[in-house]
Design a protein around this ligand. Structure first.
Ligand code: PNS
Length: 163
């Protein structure tokens, strides 16, 4: 039984994240999608909201379990007994940060393997940050996030809350 950890801020989850989750499901027996708790980072959705949205959009993907973690990723890997970390790579611009993180994690824990998955081209330019900006100006985000996320974004006062 091979379990992988897919960590992230997921503020909020996008179709790009879901695409990566579905690809990871083809490679692993179980995927723990873990929302990072980081009190230094201001997020639009709180931890419970981000977990609820993820649970809702992944409810028909049996291999997925949604959780949260605080602290180091390598410790979350031990807690959830995972063999790899999944990260999405959208463009070359993602590579430097992701490379540093993967190498740092492997240095901290030699068993920490990172698997990079590329989302479908239509999601290769998508980011949660951009989605929030488009939503703030009442733009159409329906192609980029599931309906439940679009509804949750409408319920937020984005004018004062964008992060
Ligand atoms: O969706 P994000 O914001 O790109 O996710 C980043 C995340 C949460 C995966 C990353 O910040 C992280 O792993 N944080 C945990 C702290 C940690 O382990 N830091 C050392 C590795 S560089």
């Amino acid at each position: 039984m091979k379990t992988a950890l897919f960590p992230g801020s997921f503020d909020p989850v996008t179709n790009g994240h879901i695409d990566v989750i579905q690809r990871a499901c083809l490679l692993f027996d179980k995927i723990i999608v873990t929302v990072a708790i980081n009190s230094d980072k201001h997020t639009l959705f709180d931890i419970e909201e981000r977990k609820e949205l993820l649970s809702e959009v992944c409810k028909d993907i049996p291999k997925v379990k949604v959780a949260s973690f605080e602290g180091l990723l390598i410790d979350a890997m031990k807690t959830f007994k995972t063999v790899a970390v999944i990260r999405g790579l959208r463009a070359i611009s993602d590579f430097e940060y992701e490379f540093q993180m993967a190498m740092m994690n492997r240095t901290l824990c030699q068993d920490c393997e990172t698997v990079f998955l590329m989302p479908a081209p239509e999601y290769s330019f998508l980011s949660s940050r951009m989605i929030k900006e488009i939503a703030m100006f009442n733009g159409d985000i329906s192609h980029f996030v599931p309906p439940v996320v679009a509804k949750a974004l409408k319920g937020k006062n984005l004018g004062t809350n964008l992060c």
